[in-house]
Design a protein around this ligand. Structure first.
Ligand SMILES: [Zn+2]
Length: 380
């Protein structure tokens, strides 16, 4: 599945209809959530998705807003709630701490609705998106759809309306290159490869950090509930959107370059959730960038017939990539200098080679480095 995003240019009336649809969906979501909650709390009765769908026709007769929304869109709202409950129960069962019960959605906390079946309520006609009950909307089509469209979601963002069209595509495997690589994430560089190359931190990280900080300050200075604060919040949301887009662009370009060159890509297994709890803004931006890069990399690799493995990161920076000896060093020491075999390398380069070696073991091939050095493969 590949999702294509198109910006929409609705007329004023269409924009109002889109907003009204979101409101109706949100109310339906909240009512359905209340029904499930009440059913359980009062009678220990669990309400199913199918049962809630069955009540839709009767609700439509009583509520004049519901018939103004395509019925599959309404069903999809109930489906979403059902998924929220599934996730909730799965996480409770798994014994996760702090699992939140599905929440009621306030204004501004419900930003998308979905036509789950392409051609049924949503279709493209002459370059315009025709949505049932809303109209034929102008689309900024910057690239054509590739594959068979399956679903269409309409999303409200800080700078307008968007359509996400998910298409089923066929994978096109790239020719094998016989090369593998290890990738080490760092603080000085975005990443270092086992080839010794470094991927620089995108320059926009610093600028983004400055802009976000400024926008955040502007919001906090203004009076709660005021129009000026609402405006400042929109600007903050736009700044976030801008960062997200730059990050996505960088992730796609970088991942594509790696996938083209290497059959096997080894990265460190990292606890992204733990990382994102870090509140330092600079670190947060960097971590989010790495998290998204990892996601894009695995998606691209999968569709190109490449393999990405996440290896155990323990000791990758301490072990010598040439002889396997442990060479302890503090985080501030940027150079790996092995007293046992005389290996001299940049700290991150050394770590990247270790990651590659672990990856090669996981790919099921003889560790290339050990073969090159004509030594027995060692476990790090
Ligand atoms: Zn050594």
């Amino acid at each position: 599945m590949r999702t294509y995003t198109y910006k929409l240019r609705p007329t004023k009336a269409q924009a109002a209809a889109l907003t009204a649809t979101l409101d109706t969906c949100r109310h339906l979501y909240n009512r359905a959530l209340a029904e499930r909650k009440g059913g359980w709390e009062q009678e220990q009765r669990s309400v199913t998705f199918a049962a809630q769908c069955a009540t839709l026709p009767a609700q439509k007769r009583e509520n004049p807003y519901l018939p103004a929304v395509h019925s599959q869109v309404l069903q999809n709202v109930l489906r979403r709630l059902d998924r929220a409950f599934d996730n909730f129960f799965r996480r409770v069962k798994a014994g996760e701490a702090k699992v939140g019960y599905p929440r009621f959605r306030g204004r501004g906390w419900y930003d998308s609705f979905c036509y789950p079946q392409w051609g049924n309520g949503a279709k493209l006609v002459d370059g315009r998106l025709v949505l049932s009950k809303i109209g034929s909307i102008r689309v900024c089509a910057d690239r054509p759809l590739d594959g068979t469209p399956k679903t269409c979601s309409i999303v409200r963002k800080a700078d307008g309306w968007y359509a996400h069209i998910a298409c089923e595509t066929t994978d096109t495997p790239l020719p094998a290159t016989g090369e593998s690589v290890g990738v080490d994430v760092g603080l000085t560089h975005f990443a270092t490869l086992s080839t010794g190359e470094t991927l620089a931190n995108p320059r926009h990280y610093r600028a983004a950090e400055r802009r976000l900080r400024k926008a955040q300050r502007r919001v906090s200075r203004r009076v709660k509930g005021s129009k000026r604060r609402a405006k400042a919040r929109t600007l903050l949301a736009k700044a976030h959107l801008h960062v997200q887009r730059q990050r996505r662009d960088f992730a796609h370009k970088t991942a594509l370059a790696l996938v083209r060159r290497f059959d096997g890509i080894a990265v460190e297994a990292l606890n992204i959730r733990g990382m994102l709890r870090n509140h330092a803004l600079a670190k947060h931006i960097q971590d989010a960038g790495w998290g998204q890069f990892r996601q894009v990399l695995s998606d691209k690799a999968a569709s190109a017939g490449r393999v990405v493995v996440a290896v155990n990161p323990a000791g990758t920076s301490q072990a010598c990539s040439a002889c396997g000896s442990r060479v302890p060093k503090k985080l501030s020491v940027r150079w790996h200098s092995c007293p046992y075999c005389g290996c001299e390398l940049d700290r991150d380069h050394n770590a990247a080679i270790n990651i590659k070696t672990r990856g090669d073991t996981a790919f099921g091939e003889p560790p290339a480095l050990a073969a090159a050095l004509n030594r027995e493969p060692h476990t790090l």
